[in-house]
Design a binder for this molecule. Structure first.
Ligand code: NAD
Length: 496
């Protein structure tokens, strides 16, 4: 047990029979139960369209967790689960949910604390958020917190509409906008590295850093998600949210403290300095691609995938160059890249430091290389620090040494799933690892500016077709070459 603190609350889960609930939410709640955060003073109400009894719902929950604990743990945990069939668009249904929550508050002495989790299609977020308030589901004695799944809008306008619907009932600080990348162990390592090590903190600026690279690459193609993915693409699916949230941890100033309000303020402040591109800026700084066939027979082109229109212009790859107009980052490019069907699955950050101009003499022949700190987030957490050292030679030559730390299998097993951490943080009212509204607004402004140009095909931004199994189109390499840089992570060459 990590800490001996039991947290008191009832959780109302919209979408209780859905994929996310079954794969992630019940296991995360069960882990919190096993760690002692949920013991006796909690109840979970699942709702969805299907008609189930409490017992059938508990069996569904048990199926998700039965391999993770003893029989008595599983049985006791599942006994806290209740079910109510409900159509989120039917206001009359909410009254029964309110009565149920009131009864459970009393039965489990939850102090009236309530978490509402919207694990349903995003088109329902607004209506649910409003109904919770208007139909009397909010507690008057404890806290009320709303966890919102992604995506938060599809552009600035829809995000603003959603924000206004949700804030008609909730204060902004009661909203917990989920970005599960922020719950990842190695993403949370970024502030630990930056602010826990004076040597890194003092080097974390344009004075020492040449560029910063964030890569979220996937080997898989669109798989069964074509219906959704073909309306979103890599820019919306990966850059607007996860990538920009990671970038904010990298670019922000040191917060006044590590409290959630100070962390959010520091992130918002740097987001407000993100350069939003005009048309020429988009053309100069962003590349879009779509996967074509690969060498393997199964590597079909994107437009040959089931349910993808043969004339789809959707982006399955994006690479871009960002700038923050702050004194710390003046002239330092932040490169971002994400795509499907790339050579290797990896989520990582590479911080490329400026090279030394020291001359070790003719024998060394200019072999000093830029130091690179790599934070590998997935699939295996690790840190790599490549530095110059002496090569074992008679004359004086330098060589690159790579210092490596990899998370142990034990630590990996102990690391909470992002959903576990995010539910726990919501119970504690800690919003540091959730997307703040100001940041969401800025990221949509930034993304909308790109989409506005891309949507007009005649405006000179080609859709580059790249071979499946590569690291994207060549234009992505040219993008960095233009500013004298190259991608550090390139599994298609030996110089990885
Ligand atoms: P899903 O389609 O598997 O489940 C949706 C749930 O909503 C079901 O329980 C269904 O009964 C319920 N529902 C549908 N219409 C309803 C209505 N009118 N009234 C009441 N309930 C209704 O979806 P999912 O994959 O679990 O995704 C849920 C949310 O989580 C979405 O916002 C999605 O974007 C987000 N998300 C999911 C994943 C994932 O891995 N599944 C990952 C990240 C984010």
């Amino acid at each position: 047990m990590a800490e001996n603190i039991e947290l008191y609350q009832s959780i109302l889960l919209f979408g209780g029979t859905g994929d996310l609930a079954k794969r992630k939410l019940y296991t995360s709640l069960f882990n919190l139960y096993k760690k002692g955060y949920l013991v006796s003073h909690f109840a979970v109400v699942g709702t969805a369209r299907e008609k189930l009894t409490d017992d059938e719902f508990q069996q569904l929950v048990i199926k998700s967790i039965e391999k993770l604990g003893t029989e008595s743990q599983v049985r006791d945990f599942a006994s806290h689960f209740y079910y109510k069939a409900h159509d989120v668009t039917n206001l009359a249904d909410y009254k029964q949910l309110a009565d149920m929550l009131n009864e459970l508050d009393e039965k489990y002495d939850t102090h009236g604390n309530r978490i509402f989790y919207m694990s349903v299609a995003p088109r329902f977020f607004g209506v649910i958020g409003q109904a919770i308030k208007t139909e009397g589901l909010m507690s008057e004695t404890g806290y009320n917190r709303l966890m919102v799944e992604k995506p938060f809008g599809v552009d600035l306008q829809s995000a603003e509409e959603l924000q206004s619907q949700l804030t008609s009932g909730f204060e902004d600080n009661q909203l917990f906008r989920i970005d599960h990348y922020l719950g990842k162990e190695m993403v949370q390592n970024i502030p630990a590295l930056r602010f826990g090590n004076p040597i890194l903190e003092s080097a974390w600026s344009k004075d020492f850093i040449k560029n910063i690279q964030v890569t979220l690459s996937e080997e898989l193609g669109v798989e069964e998600r074509a219906g959704y993915y073909n309306t979103a693409g890599a820019l919306l699916d990966m850059i607007q949210n996860h990538t920009l949230q990671i970038v904010a941890w990298l670019a922000m100033e040191k917060p006044e403290s590590f409290s959630d309000s100070d962390v959010r303020a520091a992130k918002n402040s740097v987001f407000s300095k993100l350069r939003i591109y005009d048309k020429q800026g988009v053309i100069d700084n962003f590349v879009r691609g779509q996967y074509g066939r690969g060498e393997e027979v199964w590597q079909k082109a994107y437009t040959e995938e089931p349910d993808v229109p043969a004339d789809s212009r959707n982006d399955t790859f994006v690479a871009g160059r960002l700038y923050f107009d702050t004194p710390r980052w003046e002239g330092v490019p932040f490169y971002v890249r994400s795509g499907k069907r790339l050579a290797k699955k990896q989520t990582r950050v590479d911080i490329v430091f400026k090279n030394s101009d020291f001359n070790f003499g003719p024998a060394n022949g200019g072999r000093l290389q830029e130091n690179v700190l790599s934070i590998i987030i997935d699939p295996m957490g690790s840190l790599e620090w490549s530095i110059n050292g002496k090569a074992v030679t008679t004359d004086f030559q330098t060589d690159v040494d790579v210092l490596n730390w990899t998370m142990s299998a034990e630590d990996k097993a102990l690391a909470p799933d992002p959903y576990e951490r995010m539910i726990h943080d919501t119970m504690n009212g800690d919003g540091s690892n959730f997307a703040d509204w100001t940041g969401v607004q800025t990221s949509w402004k930034f993304i909308d500016a790109i989409n506005n140009v891309w949507d007009k095909d005649d405006e000179g931004v080609p859709l580059e077709i790249y071979p499946s199994g590569s690291m994207g189109p060549q234009a992505s390499d040219y993008l960095l070459a233009q500013t004298g840089d190259h991608w550090v992570f390139n599994p298609t060459t030996e110089a990885e």
